[in-house]
Design a protein around this ligand. Sequence first.
Ligand SMILES: [Zn+2]
Length: 498
Amino acid sequence: MKKRLFVWFLLSITVLTLLSGHAVKGAETAPEESFEQKYAQERLSLADANRYQTDVTLSEDEKQLDERLAEWKAEYIASCNGSVPDKMSVISDETIWSSALYAFCKSLPKGADLHIHSETLLPFDEVLAFVESRDELYIGTGQENRYILFCHESPGDAGEDELPVKEALMQGVIGREELKKQWTILGGEQYEDIWEWFELLFDKEEAMSATPALLEAYYKEAFRYCCRNNILHVEIRKVFSGSHEKAAAKAQAIRNAYYEVKKEYPGFIVSLVGAGLKRADLDRELTDVRLDNAVYIHEHVRDESDPEHIHDFLIGIDLVNEEDRSRPLIEFADQLDGIVKEHPRLNLLLHAGESLEASSDNVIDAYLLGAKRIGHGMNLYRFPDLMDLIREDDICLEICPVSNQTLRYVSDLRSHPAAEYLKRGVPFCLCSDDPVYQEHTMLTDDFFAAIVCWDLSLAEIKQLCMNSITYCCADDFQKEELMNNWEKQWEEFLSFGE
Ligand SMILES: [Zn+2]
């Protein structure tokens, strides 16, 4: 036996030696790769390793739409003298509106807008039509109160230098174009600090949400507008002030509007995110009241549109305001942690990383506190290890390209860090932030800007649309419904532009 094994061993060694000799000989005789061939191969493998990462494999129909999309993109870029523009002045640029690419973005089934602030959904013209239609809304015409909106349920309460909005416009006391400037970012061009102007806009138009009746009427219009623009779901960040009862009445008014619109568009779903304010000059106790109101609404105002399946209506909490002038998140760590421990269905959806300061590290706190999503996360690129953790833990960033440009966090949209996040596999979705104040159209313009400035193809666009549903805070039942409805919309959309 041992002898036989030894013979086998010798034979195997001989065969192996012959084979390897042959292989070496073969390599010697094979034609050598040219420099160009080797270079091209290495280049291709490096380029492949650095492409956008998605889970999407395009079907035949999708590939065809992708080809049409590439043509529309090229057409638009050609109309900009052949170079990709650094800014997207979407509303004022007719080259954009009239492009086939813009029509594509309008019809795109966008999924959800997961980062949008209260009463900023409708575009300016529709806001104007709304305030004109409401008898209780007045506008200041004096020197001190000019362009400020007031709500008076009894006409006798109006001041001498206030007029019903409709009357002020009809009489020409207030001009429409001037009002547009005064109520949007357009009027802030000369401001060195754009946030100074931006925060004034919230104060000027605050009266639009003064009563539950106004809120209900506004949101009916706003939700219909979402549905017409192929948005299936919104999570609205709203600050609820005052007593529990007042806060709940406002949440109920928004819910009434949602129920009404849901009759017309059954697949549409609305959720609220209760926000506190974190600006350092504001009374900290007011933030406590607002977060407490959010918890109260979470517990008492639920989505009962389908009596057989009751869902949460207020699904998360956040803290808003300009980050660089606010208390750091770490100051609220205890409080936020306590709230979500006591109310485990409430999600932390925290603004963090909307900053250009090198020292700003709120994204670390947002991560440590267990945020489900991070609002903006624009400066995450400064924290490479954290970026890895956020990817591994599957935390989604809410990226708002047009807002970041408008509020001057990026001067050139082509170098927005989100393009890199997409290559590193950090999940994000596109969101619109404050469309009416920032003079852009909810999500449509954000997709347009991202497609052009980051050179996205249909695979990336599909991924971003799906992300907006995957990472929303609806419960599993609602999420499945949303995804099914989105898939139906997407199937129909594939013939767009044929
Ligand atoms: Zn925001």
